[in-house]
Unconditional design. Structure first.
Length: 171
């Protein structure tokens, strides 16, 4: 996929981010803790501020995958204080028509490289148990089930499996 571009989102990219995020929530409503209606109601200033990492004082890597100039994938890496050794993965999504083409693995590799550069020893994520394709993707990337199943959202019948991947630092 030579026309694939993965880049780090900045506050100036807020409209691109908003488009990709809302597309992900609409297309895969059972994959995220948030909902399309919740995020569609956000003001443009809120979308922009999500990407203002310095102002928010968070260590994050918000990524967008574009194919032929169109947003087709999204993923966030994030490190939460006080545990600076754990990189969380959020908002992972690839457009259905381009799934199976390596975009998700490319996003995961970027986050893994970023996490290694920050000396993290673990990557963690949650995946809806009914999404077998996503579960298999994460397993193929070295993630293993870890911990108890959790509700996707309050009162949701869907369950999320926490998964982890240990990171090995080259000596």
């Amino acid at each position: 996929m030579s026309e694939l571009d993965i880049k780090i989102l900045t506050p100036e990219d807020w409209e691109l981010y908003k488009t990709a995020r809302l597309n992900s929530l609409k297309e895969s409503p059972d994959s995220f803790g948030s909902t399309y209606n919740q995020e569609a109601a956000l003001l443009d200033t809120e979308w922009r501020s999500r990407l203002d990492l310095k102002f928010r004082e968070i260590d994050a890597l918000p990524l967008i995958a574009e194919f032929k100039g169109q947003p087709v994938g999204i993923a966030w890496g994030c490190i939460h204080k006080p545990n600076l050794k754990v990189a969380h993965i959020y908002q992972m999504w690839v457009s259905p028509e381009l799934r199976g083409k390596g975009i998700a693995k490319s996003l995961l590799l970027k986050i893994e490289g970023w996490a290694l550069g920050r000396r993290c020893s673990l990557m963690v994520l949650g995946v809806t148990t009914s999404n077998e394709v996503a579960v298999n993707l994460y397993r193929s990337f070295g993630f293993v089930a870890a911990g108890q199943l959790e509700e996707l959202r309050a009162d949701s019948p869907l369950l999320v499996q926490p998964m982890t991947k240990e990171l090995n630092h080259a000596v």
